[in-house]
Design a protein. Structure first.
Length: 301
């Protein structure tokens, strides 16, 4: 479906906020997106699969653009359509996205339960399995576990090194070493293991890749602030602030905003860093207040 390709291309190149007009246009143009999924029972399997994939992509974009409630609803629609069409791989991807949404919105138990639904009776391909372990590690770190997230992250790296296989789903292209490295660093930062987290986040933040990976730079700044690495934090802000207005991920700009606000008011931080934090706050795009897309009648899973 050309709409899916267009949405993915915009998101990869320019970020979720840039893709939102195309999301709204798709909702207006494709009447099936407004239908109750239950009313589509018995429809052609290819149509259901295409609609499920489209809703998955739209749910991801809504999430990264900061429309969390509507992302929840779009994920529910994607799950319903994928299950109607028997598309287990799209179901798994939506569950992985939904687990991330749960963690981001402060619901780690729900995130953990959702990630656990991805596995089935057969062993998952290495890259998909590694992502499941990553999602579980994030949730458990948020729940206060100390050892298990470390074990899960280690297992995720081990599984990833098993490599690509013919059983990989088409959407697994973005699960690469940089993605895994960034999440390893992020989980370690959640555990306040700064010495190990910072080099991993730096590696992920400075590697070329899709627009949404600006998030790793935001998590790196947060980790540097947590570690009291003032000079490195100032250097990172100097690098990020001039291009902050073009960051197309609300998750990322929200994280940068919180960290910069903390640094601006931190008495222990040197004055040049506090000034840099003010500059970053002034450079970030204005927060969105408009709605994402109209409620298409989806039900929560």
């Amino acid at each position: 479906m050309r709409t899916i390709e267009r949405l993915v291309a915009i998101d990869v190149a320019r970020g979720a906020t840039a893709a939102m007009p195309a999301v709204r246009d798709a909702v207006r143009r494709i009447p099936e997106l407004g239908a109750d999924p239950g009313s589509m029972r018995g429809q052609d399997g290819d149509l259901l699969a295409a609609l499920a994939e489209l809703c998955e992509v739209m749910g991801w974009i809504l999430f990264d653009a900061g429309f969390y409630r509507q992302a929840h609803r779009m994920n529910a629609r994607a799950l319903a359509l994928a299950e109607l069409g028997g598309d287990r791989w799209t179901t798994r991807l939506v569950l992985l996205n939904h687990s991330m949404l749960g963690a981001h919105t402060g619901r780690p138990r729900a995130a953990l339960a959702t990630a656990s639904r991805v596995s089935g009776p057969r062993t998952l391909p290495a890259r998909v399995s590694s992502l499941v372990l990553v999602r579980q590690a994030h949730a458990l770190a948020m729940l206060g576990s100390r050892k298990e997230p470390m074990d899960l992250i280690s297992r995720a790296q081990s599984r990833f090194l098993d490599g690509v296989s013919r059983h990989d789903p088409p959407w697994a292209w973005w699960i690469d070493q940089t993605e895994l490295t960034g999440h390893q660093g992020w989980v370690l930062a959640r555990l306040r293991r700064w010495r190990r987290a910072i080099p991993l986040l730096h590696r992920a933040a400075t590697a070329p890749g899709p627009s949404y990976r600006h998030l790793f730079a935001a998590e790196l700044l947060s980790a540097l602030a947590g570690a009291g690495a003032w000079r490195e934090a100032e250097d990172l802000i100097t690098d990020v602030a001039p291009r902050a207005a073009g960051i197309g991920s609300v998750r990322t700009t929200e994280r940068l905003h919180r960290t910069a606000t903390r640094l601006r008011g931190c008495a222990d931080a040197p004055a040049p860093l506090r000034d840099a934090a003010v500059f970053l706050l002034e450079s970030l795009p204005a927060r969105q207040s408009a709605g994402g897309v109209r409620d298409a009648g989806s039900r929560r899973p």
